[in-house]
Design a protein around this ligand. Structure first.
Ligand SMILES: [Zn+2]
Length: 112
């Protein structure tokens, strides 16, 4: 997609990296994503394309809308829980932005 905001590109890259980490650890697919994980990735990217917040969005895991359908939400949650801490080692920059957004949001919540 052309003209996509850099933040949205980064968000897609983050999700892709996370699913890759998870798939590599759990499924034997010879270095590429298995059918199920690929389906999940495509779904996640589609949700990002349709996200009403776009570049102002929070990480999907803490988003208030929860646009994922239930079965996909469960799957992406498992992936993120597993891959999140491991991202920190492999992709510190991607993870850093993710965590930073989370911290900002938590702060706001506490001041309420
Ligand atoms: Zn897989």
């Amino acid at each position: 997609m052309s003209g996509e905001h850099p933040l949205m590109k980064r968000e897609k890259r983050t999700v892709k990296v996370m699913i890759n980490i998870y798939c590599k650890a759990h499924h034997e697919c010879g270095g590429k994503l298995c059918v199920e994980c690929n389906e999940l990735l495509e779904y996640a990217e589609k949700r990002l394309d349709k996200c009403p917040f776009q570049e102002k969005k929070t990480p999907c895991g803490i988003c208030s809308i929860h646009c994922y359908k239930k079965s996909m939400r469960e799957r992406i949650r498992v992936v993120m829980r597993y891959a999140g801490p491991r991202m920190l080692l492999r992709h510190p920059v991607l993870t850093f932005h993710h965590v930073l957004k989370r911290l900002r949001r938590n702060k706001k919540g506490r001041n309420k």
